[in-house]
Design a binder for this molecule. Structure first.
Ligand SMILES: *Cc1c(COP(=O)(O)O)cnc(C)c1O
Length: 416
């Protein structure tokens, strides 16, 4: 097949193909990444990108929206069915935009946000000072104890002192279940709204493999591209009509212009995959596979933060090892295993160096890898860490991993 881009822009064409090769020949274990469905890719590469549709279904500022109206309506219906809620906004361009829109809808500048500390597993948009969430609003944090778990009594104590307008529960690096009910009790006790950000675990939530933030959270936000395995984007969900109306206005015209209709169509296609019975099996396997990595690494003498995992990710602690998260990340990368360095409870190094590594199972589970493969991979991780400074060992491992990966092709083409 000849592609137009092959003629018009050889440079980018080749780089996209190089990325396809990288994705096929390495082991992607970054916990926030996944491989979306070919059907989702097709929707994303469609003519829908040409259409302006400012507004919402059947209430647009442009003509010619008869088909995109139906597409967005279907995406909304499927999102509501999937998350078992009353209202869904499928227009946020990303998870960060979703969170920004919720704050803008419900808070005034200098109002108070209470979120999970970034260095304890929270996200930048939960009040970090380098994010607009920490610059526009006053932000305060709770975190985890040295055992890697949230201490809810402490969250309640901090909430009582801070008296925030909104409490955010959700994370980018926490391997345990959240007690949404307890968070709601805390929020109610200080008259705060509760926002659940399930960007990481949404794919498990919709399979009933992780606690549902509803009915406890007033608002739920998520990405659609992490465990949910859809296109890159965000969503906002609620059961409260008044909040829904404020949030819609906050997304458009508040912070966004025309919706990405090709991505909204792709979200609908992704949701239809999430609604299939097979999805439950996928989500179960994601959890089983994360547990296998944790078990093997513990058998090999490594500490896992909180002693294991209940979701798709785990945090390897290197506090007792003579090398940092940065060095581990680099050695594993050179061996064909992509992870990311991460701070751990009781951190002694800077956020650029860290004493931990975050490892996720969702992407490789999408490639069809199962128990045997995850055992093999976890042992490879331990082998590489035992040869942390041995470049030759890393390149030998990389070759082995390339051969191994060929048995699990994810995409056969770069364009759909
Ligand atoms: C990834 C993530 C986001 C942001 O998503 P983007 O699409 O990258 O903007 C927000 N919240 C949490 C908890 C996340 O993990």
């Amino acid at each position: 097949m000849e592609y137009a881009i092959q003629q018009s822009d050889k440079e980018i064409f080749e780089l996209i193909n190089a990325e396809l090769h990288r994705q096929n020949t390495g082991l992607e274990m970054i916990a926030s990444e996944n491989f979306t469905f070919p059907s989702v890719m097709e929707a994303m590469g469609s003519v829908l990108t040409n259409k302006y549709a400012e507004g919402y279904p059947y209430k647009r500022y442009y003509g010619g929206c008869e088909f995109v109206d139906r597409i967005e309506e279907i995406a909304i219906q499927r999102a509501k069915k999937l998350f078992k809620c009353e209202f869904a906004n499928v227009q946020p361009h990303s998870g960060s935009q979703a969170n920004g829109a919720v704050y803008a809808a419900l808070l005034k500048p200098y109002d108070k946000i209470l979120g999970m500390d970034l260095s304890h597993g929270g996200h930048l948009t939960h009040g970090s000072k380098v994010s607009s969430s920490g610059q526009t609003y006053q932000s305060f944090f709770y975190g985890v104890e040295l055992d890697g778990k949230i201490n809810y009594d402490k969250v309640a104590y901090i909430a009582e002192i801070v008296k925030p307008q909104i409490i955010v529960c959700g994370f980018s690096a926490y391997s345990r279940e959240l007690d949404f009910k307890r968070f709601k009790e805390i929020a109610t006790s200080v008259n705060a709204l509760l926002m659940g950000d399930i960007a990481h675990v949404a794919g498990l939530v919709v399979a009933d493999e992780y606690p549902n933030p509803f009915p406890y959270c007033d608002i739920v936000t998520s990405t659609t591209h992490k465990t949910l395995r859809g296109p890159r984007g965000g969503i906002i969900l609620t059961n409260n009509e008044e909040l829904a109306s404020k949030i819609n206005k906050s997304i458009f015209p508040g912070i966004q212009g025309g919706p990405l209709m090709h991505v909204i169509a792709a979200k609908a296609v992704g949701f239809s995959e999430n609604l299939k019975p097979e999805w439950k099996i996928y989500a179960k396997n994601v959890k089983i596979n994360a547990k296998i990595i944790a078990e093997v690494l513990m058998q090999r003498g490594y500490n896992i933060v909180s002693g294991g995992t209940d979701n798709h990710l785990l945090l390897l602690s290197l506090l007792d090892k003579p090398f940092s998260g940065k060095e581990a990340d680099k050695a594993l990368g050179a061996s064909g295993i992509t992870v990311n360095k991460n701070t751990v409870p009781g951190e002694i190094r800077s956020p650029f160096v860290t004493s931990g590594v975050r490892i996720g199972s969702a992407a490789l589970t999408s490639r069809g890898m199962k128990e045997t493969e995850f055992k093999y991979i976890a042992n490879k991780i331990a082998d590489v860490l035992e040869h942390i400074n041995d470049a030759q060992f890393h390149s030998k491992t990389k070759q082995e991993i390339e051969e191994f990966s060929k048995n699990f092709p994810i995409y056969t083409k770069a364009f759909f």
